[in-house]
Design a binder for this molecule. Sequence first.
Ligand SMILES: C[S@@+](CC[C@H](N)C(=O)[O-])C[C@H]1O[C@@H](n2cnc3c(N)ncnc32)[C@H](O)[C@@H]1O
Length: 253
Amino acid sequence: MTEPSPLPKGTQPEGARNQQEASRQVREMFTRIAPRYDLLNHLLSAQMDRLWRARAAEELKPILERPDARVLDLCCGTGDLAFALQRKAKARILGADFSHPMLVRAREKALAANDVAPIPFLEADALRLPFSEGSFDLVTSAFGFRNLANYADGLKEIFRVLKPGGTLGILEFAEPAPGLLGDTYRFYTRTVLPKIGGWISGDSAAYAYLPKSVARFFRPEEFASLLKEVGYGNVRFHLMTLGSVALHLAVRP
Ligand SMILES: C[S@@+](CC[C@H](N)C(=O)[O-])C[C@H]1O[C@@H](n2cnc3c(N)ncnc32)[C@H](O)[C@@H]1O
């Protein structure tokens, strides 16, 4: 009988010996690919990434429409989820990421867009947030959480900065179920995507990391259990696009 693989504690890029090294490698990797990040995101997902963020924003609309609500988009990268949330929002939105070049790009996009009010983007590590307890009504993250060096600590830190009654919304990749479509998707993400990503970005290691980190991450049901263990309530998730993306929702009681 084969043992089930142990649940991951945090991301583990190749060669990282501890959490500090994992975190540094992740930051350096996103810093390297920042100039081509948006182009590759849209290209490799055939623009589906826009749809996933729009769907998350739609789901979170009741909070975003409140003018008094404060929202933090964590691991915001070049800001695309923050911008998608802003389109629905009267709430005040803030973006945070620990890769400086990603934030520079986010700020440039915020200045260039004339349909959205400028969003403040600040440099911060998701595992040590510079906010006091109970600061936000909503904390979101799109495709960033999987890269944290410690998942339980990340969820606890989000819990800390959420107000009681505040909502967590995490978009993450998942592995589609076996079958023709799921297997084709896996072939694409494991074989085709790293080649195109490596070729265009000039960083094949970064685009080889992507499918490996998705395969290592929790299944949506496992992630829901971790959320409950940490103390979140009203835990649920919605799957999209053959189960390749999950929107996880939970509330700080
Ligand atoms: C795949 S990108 C996602 C960016 C954006 N949310 C989007 O939807 O395109 C992951 C981002 O997470 C950031 N990140 C990873 N670990 C982080 C941490 N511990 N603290 C802050 N940002 C982190 C990276 O710098 C990177 O910009």
